[in-house]
Design a protein around this ligand. Structure first.
Ligand code: DAT
Ligand code: MG
Length: 142
């Protein structure tokens, strides 16, 4: 099934000049970039995006970090895009992520782990709508 998923290149990866490297990996894996923009999240917007984690001990640190610099938010489209993106990203902790994954190769630690990716169909729909209007998403083949 052709799906869409939300990807974020996190602040430290943007700051280290890894946008091109990370997008190349998506495209090489057959995921199409159908929307993308560089933005800066306010603290309250980062808190809203990660609201599902608000009871976790790392919530304050995570939302501070995610609002500390520019992030690249993108919509990826392709066959099984949600799980495919999770595979390309690797495990949450870069130290535990498989060789060749983005988090293993580009992540610093469990918080500065280079990328975010939606974890399921419902989450993907909610996260895409959080950042993009339907008009900003371009699936055309031309
Ligand atoms: P994922 O990003 O792999 O979906 P998650 O949804 O469990 O992982 O957590 C969201 C983000 O929160 C994760 O990318 C980094 C941060 N995080 C998760 N576990 C953490 C921990 N034990 N310590 C610090 N930050 C953590
Ligand atoms: Mg998650």
């Amino acid at each position: 099934m052709v799906e869409r998923t939300l990807s974020i290149v996190k602040p430290d990866a943007v700051a280290r000049g890894l946008i091109g490297e990370i997008l190349r990996r998506f495209e090489s894996a057959g995921l199409k970039i159908v929307a993308t923009k560089l933005i800066r999240l306010s603290r309250s917007r980062a808190e809203a995006f990660y609201a599902v984690h608000k009871e976790r001990p790392f919530y304050a640190s995570l939302t501070e970090y995610m609002s500390s610099g520019s992030v690249l938010v993108s919509v990826l489209e392709g066959e099984g895009a949600i799980m495919r993106n999770r595979e390309i990203m690797g495990a949450t902790d870069p130290a535990k992520a498989a060789p060749g994954t983005i988090r293993r190769d580009c992540g610093k630690d469990v918080e500065k782990n280079a990328v975010h990716g939606s974890d399921g169909a419902e989450t993907a729909a909610w996260e895409i709508a959080f950042f993009f209007t339907p008009e900003e998403i371009h699936s055309g083949r031309q």
